[in-house]
Structures are given as structure tokens and as C-alpha cells.
Design a protein around this ligand. Structure first.
Ligand code: ADP
Ligand code: MG
Length: 411
């Protein structure tokens, strides 16, 4: 068990990690994420005795790290540093052999040699074994450092962006190997930049920002939280990969100059997947969007989750009524504009049109996306009547392609 309790670390008078506590049990692989300069490397250095915290304690399998000799700590924890510039041009084989030094004191026995062979094979390094470490590419170096750490046969491993310079093939192979070591009972802490690698491989996640632990827990919870967008200063879309059900995050890549000059607050009333493209476009333009009422199984609701859009939802096929409608009404209160997308209507979701009418009567601008579907009214004309009433009370019918322009000139 690695146990950091209230550690604070500083470089001179600059505090780089503030009052941070983290426990990692055998079998866990904890991903440390956070933007550049957030303290990931400093934390790992504190856990490995490279840097002594100015306050707080680190315990490694029960013992205070500062009471252990360098040899004792090297027998418990292996480190893959972010950068390593050796003073001498050791070969790949020699570098990996160093992983055995805490155990054999420099003279390798047959068991040590066997470990080195295994590590060379494990990370595909046989062809490079006589090359100088300093002459390798970044990704090759990282494989050597991982092999050295593997050889060290410690119950704990600390890895600082170990795959940063690797191509995707080696990245996944390396992390798969590390994850299997964790499953076999090691305590693993790994700083990662690629959040989706954290999703796939880590059992838990710690998000650092400004030297503080701002979120910690199951990877999905941390990635789903708004903290992520705040900390990285970018918006993320969140997509659940349908086959594995895993949550992946993608940083927004929309061009800033395409943003609306005046972001509006827009409430969308949709259903049947009709609102998803609208939500996507409005979100990307930077409008503040809400949705409701939507059905849980509907792709409109999935789109809202993808973009972190606040939504009121109801179980699939349920009749929309009562408290659900009231919640949607309250959610729409902040909106400047209401858009009714071209969804199909049946008896169950007809109250969504009453919601639009009520918001119109409150004085909100209401747009109804032109109906271009042949069949959208499954209510024997009740939906058609409600749309007509909406238009009669001042709502505007609009083709989908003109919504952006209309929002720009609205109010
Ligand atoms: P990360 O690994 O998350 O990018 P670091 O732990 O390397 O962040 O750095 C945390 C903070 O400490 C940064 O503001 C960084 O500039 C500072 N820092 C890191 N190393 C040193 C150092 N050797 N001397 C002074 N400041 C440092
Ligand atoms: Mg770092």
C-alpha cells in the first residue's frame, strides 16, 4: 500500500503540491491526470523518495518512506521517470540490468540475468540491447525504462507519462502490460496525458490542478465531471463507446471564430432524434442550451449527455405529465429562446407542445422548425392543431438551416 497523507511539496518557496492525500492499494492502477504544471511529476517524486515533502508523510507498505534506505526503497518501488539523461552512454542491456541492482548489488546472478532476458523480450528490446540508451528515440527509451522497472520486481510502480513518446501500438501494449501487473497485485500510479488511456486501463483516477487534488474516484466519474473542462480550459464532448460501454472524452475542436457573437440561452423541445443535430450545432456555436422533456432512450437525450447539456428526461414511452413537465418548465425559465424541433408526436409526448405554448404565453420567443416529414402527427390532428395555435400566438416557423441566423438577430 502506498499512503500519502497531507503531503506538501515545494521547490524553494514555490509550493507545487498542496496538502495532498492519496492511498493506492495492491491491485490498483491509479491514473494521475491534470494539465501541465499541475504537480503530477512532483507527486510521483514525493512518492518515490526523490523529493522529500516539506510536510505530511508517505508510507510504503507500512513504513515511513523517509526511514527507508535508498536500497530498501528501491526494493519496494520502481520508477519510470518522465525524462532520464544518463551521465554515461550505458547500453540498453546495462540500463535494464540496473533494475536488478537493489537486489544483487551490481553482480547479476542467474536469476537476475533471467529477469533481464524476460524484460528485454517483454518490451521488444532484443534488437536494441547493444545500442546506447542515449541514442534511442523517445519511445524506445520509454520501453527500456519500463523494462528496467519490470526487472526491479517491486510491489509498487510509479510511472510518469510512460507512454508519452510511444506510437499507439506500443502505448496500448505497454499499458496493457502495466495493467496486468496491477491485477497481479502491484500498486501502480501512472501519470497520463491521454485521458482515454486512463479510461481503458486505470482502476481509479486522481485529477490534479494547481498542485491540489480536485477530483478523485472511478475514472468515469472524474471524466464525466465538469471539473475536467474547467481544469483543462476546454470543453469536452463525452461519448459512450457502444460496444464496451466505456466513456471516452474528446476535446472540442470547433474553431473559435465560428462562435456566435452573442451566445443565447436556448431551450430545445424535441424527441425522436430530431433535436440531436440542433443541440450539437447550438452547443458548438457556444449557446447555453437546455433540453426537455426528452425520453431516456432517445438519441436527443444521448446528445445532451454528450455535450453536458442540462436536460429533463422521462422513461421511454412514459406519458409526459405532472412534475416532469413542471421541471422542464422551470429549466426553460432561463431561456431567451425556445426551439421546437421537428419530432413526431403521439399521445404520450403531446404535452411537450403545451409546454411550448405556455412558454410562448410567458412572452418567450418560440421557433418551430418547419415540418418536412411526411408523417409526424400520430394524434389524429391534435398535434397539428397545437402547432397551428402556437404559430397563431406569435411563434415563428423556420427551416432548420436558418436557426443560427435567427438567433444572431433575435432580441
Ligand atoms: P506536471 O508533471 O503536472 O506537469 P510538475 O510536478 O512537473 O507538473 O510541476 C509542478 C509545478 O512545479 C510547476 O509549476 C513547475 O513549474 C514547478 N516545478 C517543477 N519542477 C521544478 C523545479 N525543479 N524547480 C522549480 N519549480 C519546479
Ligand atoms: Mg510531469
Amino acid at each position: 500500500m502506498i499512503e500519502a497523507s497531507n503531503i506538501t511539496c515545494a521547490y524553494g518557496s514555490r509550493i507545487a503540491v498542496h496538502d495532498l492525500s492519496l492511498r493506492v492499494s495492491p491491485g490498483e492502477m491509479v491514473a494521475v491526470i491534470g494539465p501541465n504544471g499541475s504537480g503530477k511529476t512532483t507527486l510521483l517524486r514525493a512518492l518515490s523518495r526523490t523529493l522529500r515533502p516539506i510536510s505530511g508523510t508517505v508510507r510504503l507498505f507500512g513504513d515511513d518512506l523517509s526511514d527507508l534506505s535508498p536500497m530498501e526503497s528501491a526494493q519496494r518501488v520502481a520508477v519510470v521517470p518522465q525524462f532520464e539523461e544518463p551521465a554515461f552512454a550505458y547500453t540498453v542491456r546495462e540500463t535494464i540490468e540496473m533494475g536488478r541492482h537493489p537486489w544483487c548489488g551490481g553482480i547479476l546472478g542467474p536469476e537476475d540475468a533471467a529477469q533481464v532476458e524476460r524484460a528485454l523480450g517483454e518490451f521488444g528490446l532484443r534488437a536494441l540491447e547493444n545500442r546506447a540508451f542515449t541514442q534511442l528515440s523517445g519511445g524506445e527509451r520509454q520501453r527500456v525504462l519500463l523494462a528496467r522497472a519490470l526487472c526491479q520486481q517491486t510491489p509498487a510502480m510509479l510511472l510518469d507519462e510512460p507512454t508519452a513518446h510511444m506510437d499507439v501500438g506500443y502505448q496500448t501494449a505497454a499499458l496493457r502490460k502495466v495493467a496486468s501487473l496491477a491485477r497481479e497485485g502491484k500498486c501502480v500510479v501512472v501519470a497520463l496525458h491521454d485521458l482515454n488511456l486512463a479510461t481503458v486501463f486505470a482502476t481509479r483516477c486522481a485529477l490534479l490542478f494547481g498542485g491540489r487534488l480536485v477530483a478523485e474516484g472511478p475514472v468515469e466519474d472524474v471524466l464525466a465531471s465538469g471539473n475536467l473542462d474547467e481544469v483543462y480550459g476546454t470543453r469536452f464532448t463525452r461519448i459512450r463507446e457502444p460496444m464496451s460501454g466505456r466513456l471516452f472524452v474528446l476535446p472540442e475542436v470547433f474553431q473559435l471564430e465560428q462562435r456566435a457573437d452573442r451566445p443565447r440561452r436556448v431551450h430545445v423541445i424535441g424527441g425522436g432524434g430530431s433535436a440531436a443535430p440542433l443541440l450539437s450545432e447550438l452547443w458548438q456555436l457556444g449557446h447555453q442550451v437546455t433540453l426537455g422533456v426528452a425520453y431516456e432512450g432517445d438519441s436527443d437525450f444521448t446528445a445532451a449527455q454528450t455535450f453536458g447539456i442540462a436536460a429533463v428526461c422521462a422513461p421511454s414511452f412514459a406519458a409526459l405529465e405532472g412534475e416532469t413537465m413542471e421541471r422542464a418548465y422551470r429549466l426553460a425559465q432561463d431561456a431567451d429562446v425556445v426551439i421546437v424541433s421537428e419530432s413526431p408526436y403521439g399521445a404520450a409526448n403531446l404535452p411537450n407542445l403545451d409546454l411550448a405554448q405556455r412558454l410562448r404565453e410567458d412572452g418567450k420567443a418560440v421557433y418551430v422548425v418547419s415540418r418536412c416529414r411526411e408523417q409526424w402527427d400520430f394524434t389524429d390532428g391534435a398535434a397539428t392543431q397545437k402547432i397551428s395555435a402556437l404559430l397563431a400566438s406569435g411563434a415563428t416557423e423556420i427551416p432548420f438551416g436558418e436557426i443560427t441566423l435567427a438567433l444572431a438577430s433575435e432580441g
